[in-house]
Design a protein around this ligand. Structure first.
Ligand code: SF4
Length: 205
């Protein structure tokens, strides 16, 4: 059995029904939540978006929001001044340029403030069910420790390697499993190696 199959079987056993831990209710709420999650825990983003989207209930309201008020709401998050600006600008662009619907073209989406390749990949795979592999810090760490990718691989190289080796129909599930495995088991500090069935193939010392 190849190493991908071993890892995927184990992840299916350990995390059979992975779910995205960011709360969202439609396309723009997911896009904004993912943008806000940069360098921040999902649970903290959820606390903020709960307040944000209950106060500003539409794109129209968000794009016309007072910057200082949005800034205050997102203050618990890192880099909040920029994130506050991004929220208003993203809402404005979706509302004014795309009839209130988040565009599904990668090149267009990556011109939105605060939206990079990883955010687009999350939006694609989570909301549109388009095959993609967002590589965050957890996916990178776990993939390198398990030798799924080279130790010096860049984020883009990791994305390509995982996309090449994981079946397209499984990418969404595998992405979530790798994130959750990294978040709760194979943590950056003190990973739970004693209970890990992948320890014999792991490069972590
Ligand atoms: S053995 Fe430890 S470091 Fe390696 S994959 Fe398992 S939990 Fe992570």
């Amino acid at each position: 059995m190849n190493k991908y199959q071993v890892v995927e079987d184990y992840l299916d056993e350990l995390i059979p029904n992975p779910k995205c831990e960011l709360d969202y209710f439609n396309d723009y709420s997911l896009l904004i939540a993912v943008m806000l999650s940069a360098q921040t825990k999902d649970s903290r983003v959820n606390e903020v978006t709960k307040v944000l989207f209950s106060k500003y209930k539409s794109l129209e309201e968000l794009k016309n929001a007072d910057y200082n008020d949005i800034k205050e709401i997102v203050m618990p998050l890192g880099n909040y001044t920029k994130k506050a600006f991004n929220i208003i600008e993203i809402a404005r662009r979706i509302s004014d340029e795309f009839n209130g619907v988040v565009p599904t073209d990668r090149e267009i989406l990556e011109t939105f403030p605060g939206i990079g390749r990883k955010t687009v990949n999350v939006f694609f795979v989570e909301y549109l069910n388009i095959p993609a592999m967002p590589v965050d810090t957890h996916v990178e760490r776990v993939s390198k420790r398990l030798g799924l990718v080279k130790g010096n691989a860049s984020v883009l190289e990791i994305e390509k390697e995982l996309m090449k080796n994981i079946k397209r129909e499984n990418l969404g599930k595998r992405h979530l499993q790798l994130v959750l495995f990294g978040r709760y088991y194979c943590t950056a500090k003190r990973p739970q190696c004693d209970n890990c069935e992948l320890s014999n193939m792991c490069k972590y010392k």
